[in-house]
Design a protein. Structure first.
Lengths: 108, 108
């Protein structure tokens, strides 16, 4: 008969598998929220292109960084990472906006 | 009396403001999900450090990329961006795991 002492044989694979299942759920949620976010920023891109506004808006970006750093602190996320994250997203959005403008978009 | 023709004077600031309010809501949700994700990966980092497992797990990362690219397609997000996103997150996680290992972590 096997006599496993839980203290000596921690269920590492089980604990890892459980954590990874939660990570996978959160990642699915993150991807779906990002999909929705880019649907909205595509609309913003068309509005900006129609109005002749520049793709980037530095003042808006400063506001976003400040707000998200604060939300990060409140939710115990590293605010430096939150800033890297929003910068990463905004860089992609501006690239989309430049493509829209480059394609000489005409509103339908 | 001002006689604005809506076709000549589109409510661009209002449409932009509305879109940005939705973006801000999604960003708050994203930050909170990321905060939760890093709480779980910190636990994973401790489990790995205790077990002497390496911080990175290339096979797991391939699975994550494949799955998230598929979820991206289903939700109309650019799968290339989904891959860049998960790579960005995993790079941060591995950095945390290396810090945990570097700090010669002992489980409490």
């Amino acid at each position: 008969m096997t006599d496993l002492d839980p203290a000596q044989e921690p269920a590492i694979p089980a604990a890892l598998a459980e954590a990874r299942a939660s990570i996978d759920n959160l990642d699915a949620a993150l991807v779906h929220l990002l999909a929705e976010r880019f649907k909205i920023t595509r609309r913003v891109g068309r509005i900006k292109a129609d109005a002749g506004l520049p793709p980037a808006d530095p003042a808006r970006e400063v506001e976003q960084v400040t707000r998200l750093r604060q939300l990060a602190v409140e939710s115990e996320l590293d605010p430096e990472f939150a800033e890297k994250f929003i910068t990463f997203i905004v860089r992609e959005v501006v690239r989309h906006h430049e493509q829209i403008r480059g394609a000489d978009w005409v509103a339908g």
